[in-house]
Every structure is written in C-alpha cells, then in structure tokens.
Design a binder for this molecule. Structure first.
Ligand code: AMP
Ligand code: MG
Length: 408
C-alpha cells in the first residue's frame, strides 16, 4: 500500500485554495497604490460630471429648429466659447455660437454642427451651415459620466486605470482597498547558496528571488527568509518565524526524496494540510495547508515548476486576497504548431512561444520542457494546456493557452 495520495485535478486544487481566500482588511491608499486591487466599499459620486451640457466637437452651437429651411442656412455668430470658459449669451432665433470641444453649451442651443459642415463668411460675423442636425447632435449631456450621490463604483470593482480616472475626476484621491498580502519566501536545500557566495560545489538559489518578483508583480509584498538546510529542524525553525504573514511560499523538499522535510515540518508546526500532489506536469508535488489565517504553499524545487505552480495557484490566491473576484488564470484560444504526445493522467502545462499569424495565435512548444532549468521557461509567452486525459495533440489542434505574467 502506498502512503502517497491520489492526484488532485488542477481545477479542484485551485478551488480548494480559493475557498480559503477572502479579501484582506481594508486600508485607505492613494489611487496609484490602489491600481490592481478591488474596491472595499461603494464609492459615491461627489460631483455631477460633466457639470454642464458641452460640445463633443469643434463647430457651432445652434438651435436645431433654425436649420429646418432650405440649406445652406445663414446664422449670425454671437460669441466664441472655449473650453474652460462659460458662455455669456443666450442663443436667440437665427443666431449661433462658435464652440470648441469640451466647452459648455450656451443657453438656448440644443445641437452642435461640426466645423467641417459649415462655411465661414469672410469679414462677417456670419456662418453658413451646410447640414441640418437633430437636437442633441454632438452634445455630451450633463451627468453622462456621473451624478452626485449616485454609486460611482461598487465594492468589488477591480481598479484599473479608467476606474481610477473616474475616481480622480471626482476629486477622490484616497480609496479603500484590501491591504497587500505579506508573503514570506523560503528556499530549502543543502545544495543552495546566495548569488554572492563562493559556489564551492553549490548552486545559486534562484527560486527565492524569482518568486519574490512574481509576488510583487501579483500585488503582494515579499519578504525573503533565506535558505533553510535539509533537516526538519532547520525548515521548522525557519517556518516558525512566519507569524504575521498572509502567505508563506517554500520551494523544494516536497517530493518523496529522503531529504524532503517540508511536509513533516509543516505538520509539526500544526499546519493543516489541504492537499498534497496535483495531477499536473510540471508541479506535481505541490503541497498546500493553513495555520490560522496563514496559507502555506510548499512549491516544488525545480525552478520552472515553482514558477508554473505560482502562476496556476499562488497568483490567483493573491488576487483574491486583493479583493478581485475574477482570479482564474486568463485563457485565450490558439493552434498548436507541431504535435505533442504524453500518457494520460497528468495535465501538462507546456511552455510555448505564441505568435499571431493569419488571424490566429500559433503556439510553438519550446525545445526543452525539462523543469529543472530556467532556460526552459525563458522565451515562453504562454502555457499550453494539454488536458489530463488526452494523449496526443496533432499539428494545428485548437488549444487553450494561458498568457504568462512573468514575461518582460
Ligand atoms: P527538490 O524538490 O529538493 O528535490 O529539488 C528539485 C530540484 O530543484 C533540485 O535539482 C534542486 O537543486 C533544485 N532547486 C531546489 N531549490 C532551488 C532553488 N531555490 N533555486 C534553484 N534550484 C533549486
Ligand atoms: Mg532538495
């Protein structure tokens, strides 16, 4: 009998993680700091915007009914209204005003004729209007963007650039959002050293700095805990220093090797294991657990496996902690260039370079798919999802592609 549990399908593993993730407590931050998080409370409009009916074009503000007769119609030009000024004259029948884009509409005007449909009469304050327009033509109505007191943005709204622009337009410069997740990153392994150490037969720990960058790009605040040696005591001691972190990422030591102590250390610390081992390649040995509010991810040690599991599981969790509802990895459809075969049982996430050709995204698998070297992740733009039960994909197959967040 084996003590190795059955492999969990990727979707189920992600669902189990997300069940445990809720938006973190609220903090008030400036708009630029809020980018990429979701609003923690409804925000009401303080201002009606635009504050007045205004012109969507450079042209002439008119009374539409003056243009009913045979064209062209001659109108007397009363004034010129620029953006940033208020009109002073009311339009009376037979008169119009020159107006610039964004300038408030004069009283009495109900339409704008674009300048290209008019002919100025030299030396006279008169213009010939060459086309009739309906009331409302080229007018941006007052309150089209927001009305004072209305809900401007609901709680849960993901704050992208236009959303923050809408808030700024209201004079709202500080917004309530979940605070950023604090993420501890620990490497484990006797073979590891820092980049500035003499190698002496060791290899440089690349997982911790790579994961820290991935955390930052996903909106979290990484703290590096260094390298723990391959003993249960060392791993346990390092993990015991993770109080106050929302998420802890370890790398390596989660397989079935004799020196794989991460699971035992987690258990000894009282971390409740949610699952171990997922039906994917790379990344099969992933272990996930929780103690109090802290979520622990034991990521595999192979550099590419740790990045792929970050992408498939950690990033969605961090996004959920930031209040975002839509956290599944994004997917686009493409075609396979070449062919792929495997045994059923594991979903493969194949590193590909995808390029747009003849109206479709063509995905070419990178030459090396071993997960032990970073080379096999560099130049990848997407992960191609080769489903668990499938054993071959022929040239030109329609495939699901996950855009990678780690690209430059
Ligand atoms: P393990 O899961 O401990 O068996 O490690 C799997 C592979 O990943 C081994 O070849 C390790 O040397 C390598 N590895 C583990 N941790 C790191 C790290 N932090 N940086 C680079 N490579 C690593
Ligand atoms: Mg190891």
């Amino acid at each position: 009998m084996s003590d190795v549990p059955a492999l969990l399908p990727v979707e189920e593993a992600r669902a189990r993680i997300l069940e445990r993730c809720a938006p973190l407590p609220t903090e008030w931050v400036s708009g630029d700091e809020a980018l990429g998080r979701a609003l923690a409370e409804d925000v009401l409009a303080r201002r009606t915007l635009p504050p007045w009916d205004n012109s969507a074009m450079d042209g002439y503000a008119v009374r539409a009914e003056d243009l009913r007769g045979p064209l062209p119609v001659r109108l007397a030009v009363g004034e010129t209204v620029f953006a940033g000024r208020l009109p002073v004259r009311e339009l009376t029948p037979g008169t119009c005003a020159r107006i610039m884009t964004g300038a408030p509409l004069p009283q009495g005007a109900d339409a704008v004729v674009m300048r290209e449909r008019t002919r100025a009469i030299a030396g006279a304050d008169t213009v010939e209007i060459l086309e009739a327009v309906a009331p409302g033509n080229f007018i941006r109505p007052r309150g089209e963007d927001a009305r004072e007191g209305d809900v401007l943005a609901r709680r849960g709204t993901p704050l992208g650039i236009p959303e923050l622009g809408l808030l700024w337009a209201q004079g709202v410069t500080s917004v309530p959002v979940p605070r950023r997740p604090r993420v501890a990153v620990l490497s484990t392994g006797d073979e590891l050293c820092r980049a500035d150490d003499p190698p002496e037969g060791r290899i440089v720990d690349t997982n911790a700095p790579a994961l820290a960058l991935a955390v930052r790009r996903a909106g979290g605040l990484p703290t590096m805990l260094g390298i723990a040696r391959d003993t249960q005591e060392a791993v346990q001691e390092a993990l015991a220093r993770t109080d106050g972190f929302d998420v802890v990422l370890t790398s390596a030591g989660v397989s079935v090797g004799d020196h794989d102590f991460v699971k035992a250390a987690l258990e000894a610390l009282g971390v409740e294991q949610h699952f171990w081992r997922v039906a994917i390649k790379p990344g099969k040995p992933l272990v996930v657990g929780q103690r109090g509010p802290t979520l622990f991810f034991g990521l595999p040690g192979n550099p590419t496996s740790s990045l792929v599991t970050f992408e498939l599981f950690v990033r969605p969790a961090l996004r959920r902690l930031l209040g975002l509802e839509d956290v599944e990895p994004p997917r686009v459809s493409g075609r396979l260039e070449g062919r792929l075969t495997k045994h059923p049982g594991l979903a493969h996430f194949v590193r590909v370079t995808a390029t747009w050709r003849a109206g479709e995204l063509w995905a070419k698998p990178l030459g090396t798919q071993t997960s032990g070297v970073l080379r096999s992740a560099s130049a990848a733009t997407h992960l191609l999802h080769f489903p668990r039960e499938s054993s071959s994909l022929t040239d030109g197959s329609h495939v699901e592609l996950l855009p990678l967040s780690w690209v430059a």
